[in-house]
Ligand binder design. Structure first.
Ligand SMILES: [Zn+2]
Length: 271
């Protein structure tokens, strides 16, 4: 099987990949509580697995290399349940900035920030918005449950999409780290009211920050009792397929269109 993990490759192999204009996937995740039945590494482990599988799927068409997962994410909302390590927006931004700088200095131009943790989504997009006009590289930020939402919805029986320590995440952990999943009483963790959506809401469309204790008594949401390793394997394949398709879509990396007519003026155009 082709080697796609940055840390398992030698320096000259990575120089060759830069010469081939390989895509770099930089996974970002979290270490945080995932209910009484799952270890804290869930988002880090799943994010790694999705990225590596996506890279292998895309590789025959275009080489892809996956860096180690940035496990330090934004998880303040999970702190009350314990077991959680969290960083601030400023730290998250600084780590991504320095890693993207390292990657681009080697000559890579196309970078996917591949996220597996809901709490990182706004920070990741903010990073892209601020850095993209300053880089000789294209940044694309993706969160796999959103990119593969249609396919994931078809596989899950009791949830519309992935939630937290739920039918989906429990199934995926069963598929790759089965001995770390406590399956003794998963049915007791089911949340009949669904995935706990809306715990960050107010009014009709307003935002209000709250801790995760707002939405669950034990740290999991959704329906963990409906999990299986077979379902997890299918979820990995669906997620990896969606990320690979996005990477291989020429529009993902195409230069932005500049529709200004000649003489329209303005300032120099950046990516
Ligand atoms: Zn998770």
């Amino acid at each position: 099987m082709v080697e796609v993990e940055w840390q398992r490759l030698k320096a000259q192999e990575l120089r060759n990949l830069a010469d081939q204009d390989a895509v770099v996937i930089l996974p970002v995740a979290s270490i945080e509580q995932h209910g009484p039945h799952l270890p804290t590494m869930v988002d880090t482990r799943l994010g790694h697995e999705v990225a590596v599988r996506a890279a292998r799927k895309a590789y025959p068409t275009r080489p892809v290399v996956v860096t180690p997962v940035v496990w330090a994410g934004l998880s303040e909302h999970h702190m009350p349940f314990g077991g959680t390590l969290t960083v601030s927006h400023a730290t998250f931004h600084a780590v991504l900035r320095d890693l993207v700088d390292s990657i681009t200095r080697h000559g890579f131009h196309d970078i996917v920030i591949s996220n597996s943790h809901g709490g990182n989504m706004t920070a990741m997009q903010h990073f892209c918005e601020e850095m993209s006009p300053r880089l000789d590289a294209t940044l694309v930020a993706v969160t796999y449950p959103a990119e593969a939402a249609d396919e994931i919805g078809k596989i899950l029986e009791d949830q519309e999409n992935l939630s937290h320590a739920c039918e989906a995440e429990t199934s995926m952990m069963m598929a790759v780290e089965g001995e770390l999943v406590d399956t003794s009483d998963l049915a007791a963790l089911n949340n009949a009211d669904g995935a706990g959506a809306g715990f960050l809401g107010a009014g009709k469309a307003a935002y209000r920050w709250r801790p995760y204790t707002q939405t669950t008594s034990h740290g999991a949401t959704g329906m963990p009792g409906r999990s299986s390793a077979d379902k997890g394997e299918r979820l990995f394949e669906a997620a990896a397929e969606a990320i690979a398709a996005m990477i291989l879509d020429a529009d993902t990396w195409a230069a932005p269109v500049d529709q200004r007519g000649s003489g329209a003026g303005g300032v120099p155009f950046r990516r």
